[in-house]
Design a protein. Structure first.
Length: 73
């Protein structure tokens, strides 16, 4: 098995969370097991928050749709 990030290198282990094959450079050893960089630092891969809440976008779209229906008819 080859490393996911370095196809020219043999994998020494797998990520305990996502199962990716990893070489010695990519393998992060923690007390809970072996992890890839992404799974070892979940806050680094966290999804950025939107500036506008989803419910406000849905509400604005509903209002806009209602106004368009009134204008068209």
């Amino acid at each position: 098995m080859k490393c996911v990030n370095h196809p020219d290198r043999a994998a020494l282990g797998y990520c305990s969370r996502c199962g990716k094959a990893l070489c010695s450079e990519c393998l992060v050893r923690l007390s809970a097991g072996n992890f890839c960089e992404t799974c070892a630092n979940p806050s680094a891969a966290a999804r950025p928050r939107r500036a506008i809440p989803w419910w406000l976008i849905v509400l604005a779209a509903a209002v806009l749709f209602s106004l368009l229906r009134v204008v068209i008819h």
